[in-house]
Each structure stands twice: as structure tokens, then as C-alpha cells.
Design a protein around this ligand. Structure first.
Ligand code: TYD
Ligand code: MG
Length: 454
């Protein structure tokens, strides 16, 4: 007979406790420990299962003897998603898609489900009714034949349906609404998430069917549930963006079958998510009339070059302590660049408010945008627009030196493609200038830059 037992789990990190506590000693969070009922098998039964399992010969391989099989992938036709996944969905893989509420996770997956021709898709939703899903599909407006919708939350019943339908892809929206009969606690709790995920992983590996899970995100931006969830799945994708902006970015946080440096860009429209093939053209707002405080940076997201617009506003501080604020850029890095300008180039920015904004609501971590940030600040400080049609790609060091960046050729090619006349880079970058039509200015220090531009 199975005996019930309760365990206290931290809902944040998944740590187990035998009694309740106010603070989790593992992750330091307060009020995250919740009691969950778990079914505990008596020792004898567990032992019996072990013995039964031992009947099978364990599979021991010499690595050279394992037969080679090329991974087979399903090309979804959604180019941005395919690229972020490393070239399509690998058969038998489990993909977790995380993102804030309302960002467009369900829309993205339904769109993928509808656009897969000649493949059967089962879309399991515990969040919306069948009519709601139908409405959404009408909004997206893609005709399809073999997309099945199941509004069910019990894994056992889901698996019963998969036996009949035999889908080529299983989509689950969301893992937090799913429950397994084998565990007694409520859906969304640590033990349920762990159980349902492992059942789905087992299903994926046994039937070689890819499974895509939607995961909710906590206030802090981590995928709700234990960290172990991210360890269990093959791919973790993050869907992000400012809700008030139309752009949505898809990144891979973990990918067992490809790189994690790729970025997919979408635009949320009235008829679903549209892939953005040429982000540079959209991210730059006003190329024709120059304004002070604007500078264009040639950045790389993953392996994709992209030109983005940086806007700065420098104004005299009204209050004693000047304000510094940055949207889409690291505030600490902004403070560092301001200190470099102050100390190495002699600009009196200590008593100025400085606001920095990357347009389009995207977030960039590439250090190669430093130079454009500095130029935008100087342009606003001098109240003088930068020369027309120029862009920047270099890092700025603490001593005011302009440092080389990686893959500078790709950045130059992108700038050239978009019709820029001149690009400013570090003089330490090795560039064969004969290869390009665009004028390439090579700079040594921030002082050189100032003299050249103002
Ligand atoms: P949704 O996919 O429901 O988000 P999630 O599953 O991540 O919670 O997306 C909801 C938002 O997207 C909602 O605010 C409406 C908007 N939306 C559009 O702008 N256009 C569309 O065609 C669709 C389907 C949704
Ligand atoms: Mg949803």
C-alpha cells in the first residue's frame, strides 16, 4: 500500500524540507516554501521494482560502436524559430518556451502548428478553451488540415489521445497547468512540474516525437518552477520584449543541438507574429534628417549583424544629484563611459542628467556599441548632430582607448548594404579596406574621435 507523505518544497528553487520555514536556506527567498503531498511507496515495493529492472541487461556501449544517426529535423518554415533552434526541431527533443504573460507564446506556437503542412500537430491547452483557440487561429488566418486541439490537463489523458492521433509534434500550453495522477499536489507545484515534465520527456524519447512546452515566468524573469525543469529539457527558449513595443525577441538560453547565440525577431501585428527579416531597416527611425543625440551602432546579435539607433539626452541637472537612466543598455556601463569621458576627454558631465535609449525596445549587451553610445552623448552635449550616414563599431576602454571588436567585417558589410557612407572602428582592428566601398575611419582614442566629429 502506498503511504502518503508531505514534503515542503521551495517553489523558487525546488529545495526540499521536512518542515515549514519562512525562508528558504538554499536560495534565500522568503515565503516560497509550500507543503506538497507525495505518494511514497514502501521500501519493499521499491526494492521489488529495482529487482525487476535488473532483469534487463544493462546497455553498455563503447562509444565507437554506437551507430551514427544524423539528427533529423523538422523545418517549421518559421525562419526565425528554425534559426534560433539551430536549423529546425530535432525529432524527440523537448523544447521549453518561456516568457512573460501576454508576450505571444501561445500565438507563436499556434502559428507554427497551423503552418506545418503535411504534419500532424496536437496542441494541448490547459489555459484556453477550444473556442478561444479557434478565434486566435482565425486571427492568424492560416489554413491547415491536421492541427488537433485538446483542452485537457491530465497527462494520462493526453497520452491516451496521442496514441490515437499519433501526432508528429506535441505542443503543451502550459506545463504549469498540467497534472499527473501519480502525484497529489496541485498543478504548477514543484512536484507536479517535475513529474509531468519527466512523463513528457519519456514520451518524446520513446516515440521520437518533439514536444514543445510553454513555461510561465516569475516576477524576476526566471521560468516558474524548479531550476531542474531547465536542466531536464533539451532546449530552453526565451521570448521577450517590451509589451508596449511591437518587437519580440526569441533567444535560446540552452540548446543541446545548436548555438545559443542566435536571435529571432518578430513583430506583433493584428494577424499574429510576423518575422522580421531585416531588423536594421526598422530599428532605425529617422535616417534622413539628422538630430543631435542620435548615433547608429553596428552590432551583432548571435551571428547576425544589425544596425541599431542609440539616442542620448544630456541636460543640466535640476536636482543636486544628476540622474542617469538607460533603456536597453547596462546602467553600470553607461556610468563607466561617462566617467571615461569626464576623466580622459575632459567633459564636464558630472552635473548633467544623462538619459540613454536604444530604440525599438530591444536590449543589447554587445560591447561594440560603446562608441556609438559615446558619440550620442557627445552629440547631445554639444547639441550638434553627427555627420549624415555614419555608424560606429568599437568598444571603449577605461583609459579612453578605442578597442577592436570581433567580426568587424560582417558589421562593415551590413553598414555598406544599408547605404552608410562611413563607419568608425578601432585602428587596432585588422581590416582589409580594399574589400569595401564604404569609407572606414580608424580611431585610436576618444579624443581623436571628438576632433574628427565636432
Ligand atoms: P498570447 O500569445 O496570448 O501571449 P502568451 O501566451 O505569451 O500569454 O499573446 C497575447 C497578446 O498578443 C495579446 O495582448 C494580443 C496580442 N495579439 C496580437 O496583437 N495579434 C494577434 O494576432 C494575436 C493572436 C495576439
Ligand atoms: Mg498563452
Amino acid at each position: 500500500m502506498a503511504k502518503t507523505k508531505t514534503i515542503y518544497y521551495c517553489q523558487n528553487c525546488g529545495a526540499q524540507y521536512s518542515n515549514w520555514m519562512g525562508k528558504c536556506t538554499n536560495c534565500g527567498e522568503w515565503n516560497t516554501i509550500v507543503e506538497e503531498v507525495v505518494e511514497k511507496k514502501p521500501q519493499k515495493e521499491i526494492w521489488q521494482e529495482e529487482v525487476n529492472r535488473k532483469d534487463k541487461t544493462p546497455v553498455l556501449f563503447n562509444i565507437n560502436e554506437i551507430p551514427k544517426t544524423g539528427e533529423t529535423r523538422i523545418i517549421t518554415g518559421n525562419d526565425e524559430l528554425d534559426r534560433v533552434l539551430g536549423g529546425g526541431i530535432v525529432l524527440g527533443s523537448v523544447i521549453l518556451l518561456g516568457g512573460e504573460p501576454g508576450i505571444g507564446k501561445s500565438t507563436l506556437l499556434l502559428q507554427v502548428a497551423l503552418s506545418l503542412k503535411n504534419l500532424k500537430v496536437l496542441y494541448v491547452s490547459g489555459e484556453e478553451s477550444a473556442t478561444q483557440i479557434k478565434l486566435r487561429s482565425e486571427r492568424i488566418g492560416i489554413e491547415t488540415e491536421e492541427c488537433y486541439v485538446l483542452t485537457e490537463t491530465q497527462t494520462q489523458k493526453v497520452f491516451k489521445q496521442t496514441k490515437d492521433i499519433r501526432p508528429n509534434i506535441l505542443i503543451v500550453d502550459s506545463i504549469q497547468t498540467l497534472e499527473s495522477q501519480l502525484v497529489e499536489s496541485a498543478p504548477g507545484s514543484v512536484s507536479q512540474i517535475r513529474q509531468t515534465t519527466s512523463e513528457l520527456i519519456k514520451f518524446a524519447k520513446e516515440t521520437n516525437t518533439p514536444v514543445i512546452l510553454v513555461g510561465h515566468i516569475t516576477k524576476e524573469g526566471a521560468i516558474a518552477g524548479p531550476k531542474i525543469l531547465e536542466h531536464m529539457v533539451d532546449v530552453v527558449l526565451q521570448f521577450e520584449g517590451e509589451r508596449n513595443h511591437i518587437f519580440r525577441l526569441l533567444r535560446a538560453k540552452k540548446n543541446r543541438f545548436g548555438s545559443t547565440s542566435e536571435l529571432g525577431i518578430y513583430e506583433m501585428q493584428g494577424t499574429g507574429l510576423k518575422e522580421v527579416r531585416n531588423p536594421s531597416e526598422i530599428l532605425i527611425s529617422a535616417k534622413d534628417h539628422a538630430l543631435s543625440g542620435n548615433a547608429i551602432a553596428a552590432t551583432l546579435e548571435g551571428i547576425r549583424p544589425m544596425l541599431i539607433e542609440i539616442q542620448a539626452l544630456v541636460s543640466t541637472a535640476v536636482y543636486g544629484t544628476p540622474q542617469r537612466s538607460a533603456t536597453g543598455f547596462d546602467l553600470k556601463r553607461l556610468n563607466m563611459l561617462l566617467a571615461v569621458l569626464e576623466k580622459r576627454a575632459g567633459f564636464q558631465l558630472g552635473a548633467k542628467d544623462v538619459f540613454l535609449n536604444i530604440t525599438g525596445g530591444i536590449r543589447v549587451d554587445d560591447p561594440a556599441i560603446d562608441l556609438a553610445v559615446i558619440c550620442a552623448i557627445l552629440s547631445s552635449y554639444e547639441n550638434e548632430p553627427l555627420p549624415d550616414n555614419c555608424c560606429f563599431a568599437a568598444e571603449v576602454g577605461l583609459s579612453g582607448e578605442i578597442r577592436p571588436v570581433n567580426r568587424v567585417d560582417q558589421r562593415i558589410i551590413e553598414a555598406e548594404k544599408l547605404g552608410y557612407d562611413v563607419i568608425f572602428v578601432s585602428k587596432n582592428n585588422k581590416i582589409n579596406t580594399g574589400n569595401f566601398q564604404i569609407r572606414i575611419e580608424m580611431l585610436g582614442t576618444v579624443g581623436d574621435l571628438y576632433q574628427m566629429l565636432f
